[in-house]
Design a protein. Sequence first.
Length: 448
Amino acid sequence: VWLRWFQSWPDPTLSTRTGRLPSIRAAMVGLSRSALVVLGALLTTVGLDVCAAAPAARLGPCGAGSCAETLLLAVKTTVTKGVGPGDESERVRLERTALVDSAPKFEKVRDNVGSQHMLGALQKLAVAVVNGTEQLTDMQREILQGIREGMERMVDATFTDHNESQAEVDRARDALAECDDDLDNVTIEEKARASRSKEASHSDCRAAQKSLKALRDKDCRTYHKSATNQGMPDCMKTYDPKPDIEDDYAMHSMHTCLSDISAWASQLNSSLSAERDDCHGAAKLHDRKILECNQLQIAYETAFCNYHEGLTGGCSSYTSCRSSKTASQRRVHEGVQVAEASRKSEYEAAARIDCLLKVFYVSAAEQQERLQGCASIHVNTSALDIVYHAPTPALDCTTDPVATYPCDDQWLNRSYKTKAWYMEAPTAACTVCAHLTTPAPTPAPTPA
């Protein structure tokens, strides 16, 4: 019966070790004495009535002790006969396998109720010992010592698992915090400042362009007015280019008029030349300012497009990151909460088992009080509490500042058309944001 159970063990190493031999004695060869102590403890705690089901010819009848103890004694004899002094390394290896691997795997086969079964078995044994209906044998003491050592290892493993779970919860918190770190607010704000700076430079330039246009218009109007209102001398209306040389008055009038014309022409030419230069100079300054402002307009629109791309892309990535990491943190918390409750249950069972085990190591006079204390023991599991972290508040990442963008009607109205300078210094054609344009599809190759 035991061999059939042992052959069904999920560990392929143990299954191979048995080789499916036809006898319990052959299956037991190679197991060390300590491994058998643990095996006996497991059989005792889960209440397997092996002796009742096994043939008496194989194991012999159960004696005054437990059936598991009878099995243990039979197997111990088998080991003594089957393993020689030179097999000590194999004993040690198998002992480690049994002590470290077998108990947890057996508990899994038993649906993780090993500790509760062990607690119930120990409670019955403790009551029997305290009441005097059973006396512990040396073999039973060895079994109890093996259980005690196993519980110590289990408690150590419980705190190790607790620390790992806390670290996992902390990592989930840190992963969520990385979303805030990855949102490069510094770079986005730098792009915002660059956009504002470019806007101011462009607006100042257009204001200067407006002033230069006014100056050009004034100077050119003065020039044009002077040119079209020359104020010729009155004598020019009656000037005779062919006077009678015999007529002294006519000749005198000619010379007098020419003198007036000369003075007028000289002064007019001088003033018109100056006014023309002023007009042309103001026009050139205005034209250069237009070119300068057009370049600043392109720089402003490009800077705003960079800001738009950085802010919308950053906020989109941040939102996705927060959503993913928050969901991940929630899953981690849910999983760890289950593990936390399980660990506390195991720790509480281990503490109660340890309390019962101590009953066997005090004097008979103290056993009753110690046993009663175990019935009302309060196990503090606060050391296994996991500190969970609420998701940190999301950063304010709004795309409102770039809701409109270059070449959009609302943006043009806000950035250009409502400015005081716009009517006298209109902007050039707008530059569309490159990241918002859809590339034209590549035409299919022309068949040869």
